[in-house]
Design a protein around this ligand. Structure first.
Ligand code: CA
Length: 460
């Protein structure tokens, strides 16, 4: 008889596990005890602000740093206890397998049916704080940020705006396209985002007018999934695609804010620059690979006629389970909607499973020329758009109507809002909210929390 393996054999994923934090047992919760995503937050102590490690559970955050310091999290594994005393999860990031070792220790503390859990209940008021009242920090300190372009549906729709006959450039199906982004302007969910100023092309009908410098008029979001590097590689040493997941700590949500008018004027020949680097928002929670194990899925089959990727990007295991089945949504709430007490309106819904390139392929390609990835690096997927129009992950695509019979682009179709307002691109005061979750029979639903950002007016 063969021994069971895979997620079904992992006791930390047992759907029957319950927590003494009651809200975590709600089947609709993003953060059951089977998830335990990593975060960082501000803890006030003796009148000073400290960066603490946290783990989300139900509608609460567990103050991991405080508990570790107080000796409340007991374990024989001294290395695990040490790992919990460094800020920004430094003690977990660079150590192979450490996230997997921390997980059962925290879970024992939060379980309803363990002696440790019974003791933990008694420190409840000190150990927990509501997510809604928590000031989050970046979950890890990100030194390097790279942005890919891994959705063939996004690349095709955007490419068709400029090249209707031939939307994909000849390299797309051979090489994961990416560029180096800017880490200094990464902000955590909830941080307001100021509309940028920038150079814009002269109007199409007045090319002699010259470019202008003005606040962005075509501000957009991009729904992306971020892969956080745990263990790096040495400079010059590539990462085999079959080994790539050993270098990955987990996934989070990313809003790669984009100034489309600035982008249009500046992106050739070297790619996006100021159109992207004014702000990028990440969700406060890193969902670990351990928690995501049940939701792995095959990489999408390449359509007949598509080239096979080069050998360094191919691995049987990656083809079989390199995808992640994550349902992703984008919502908007304008200032007027908020004033009228209206719920945010869903703009799109799709799945991360349709990406043309797997996360492992992105990581392997990144390191293939000798580039060293470092613990805490963020590799964003590129806009996640699926095959259906309702799964388009940015306004540039959602309001696009293709070209008319005269070969010219049709006017963009604005999105109608319940207040009677319309949007083609974002207005000041708009809040963009991204969410993600995973479901599969036989496992607990897990979620990513929210990645939020509100647009502030350009500086005057
Ligand atoms: Ca992007």
């Amino acid at each position: 008889m063969s021994t069971p393996s895979g997620p079904a054999a992992d006791p930390t994923l047992d759907p029957a596990l319950q927590s003494w934090v009651e809200s975590a047992n709600d089947p609709a919760s993003d953060f059951p005890i089977q998830n335990l995503p990593l975060c960082g937050f501000v803890a006030e102590r003796d009148g000073h602000a400290h960066a603490h490690l946290g783990v989300a559970i139900g509608d609460q955050v567990v103050d991991v740093s405080m508990l570790a310091e107080a000796g409340a999290i007991a374990d024989d594994d001294e290395e695990v206890l040490d790992a919990l005393s460094d800020p920004f999860w430094y003690g977990v990031l660079g150590v192979p397998g450490m996230a997997g070792r921390v997980r059962p220790v925290l879970q024992r503390f939060l379980r309803a049916d363990t002696a440790a859990g019974q003791r933990a209940r008694r420190v409840r008021s000190k150990a927990l704080r509501p997510i809604s009242e928590t000031r989050f920090l970046e979950p890890v300190h990100v030194f390097n940020y790279t942005d890919f372009y891994a959705s063939v549906h996004h690349a095709t729709t955007v490419g068709s705006m400029f090249r209707p006959e031939n939307p994909l450039l000849p390299n797309y199906k051979h090489i994961p396209i990416g560029y180096h982004g800017r880490a200094s302007s990464l902000v955590v969910s909830g941080t307001p985002v100021r509309r940028p100023w920038g150079q814009q092309a002269p109007p199409d009908n007045e090319p002699e007018a010259g470019p202008s410098f003005a606040p962005c008029r075509m501000l957009d979001y991009e729904l992306e999934v971020g892969a956080v590097i745990g263990v790096g590689n040495r400079m010059g040493e590539p990462i085999a695609v079959g080994e790539a997941h050993r270098h990955l700590l987990g996934l989070c949500l990313v809003n790669d804010w984009s100034a489309r008018d600035i982008q249009k004027w500046e992106y050739q020949p070297l790619g996006p620059f100021l159109a992207k680097n004014f702000a990028t928002t990440i969700s406060p929670f890193i969902v670990t690979l351990e928690a995501l194990a049940p939701f792995r899925c095959p990489a999408p089959a390449r359509p007949k006629g598509d080239p096979c990727p080069l050998a360094y990007l191919v691995d049987e295991g990656d083809q079989a389970a390199g995808g992640f089945d994550i349902t992703l949504e984008v919502l908007i709430r304008t200032e007027k909607m908020a004033a009228q007490g209206l719920d945010a309106l869903r703009l799109s819904r799709g799945s991360f499973r349709h990406m043309y390139w797997t996360v492992a392929q992105l990581l392997t390609h990144h390191a293939s020329g000798g580039c060293n990835l470092q613990p805490g690096d963020l590799l964003a997927s590129g806009t996640v758009s699926g095959p259906e129009p309702e799964s388009r992950g940015c306004l540039l695509e959602l309001t696009w109507q293709g070209h008319g019979p005269d070969g010219k682009p049709r006017p963009r179709k604005p999105i109608d809002l319940p207040t009677g307002e319309t949007r083609t691109f974002l207005a000041d005061g708009d809040e963009v909210i991204m969410r993600g979750h995973c479901v599969r029979d036989g496992f607990r639903r897990i979620g990513f929390g929210e990645c939020r950002g509100k647009v502030e007016p350009a500086r005057t």
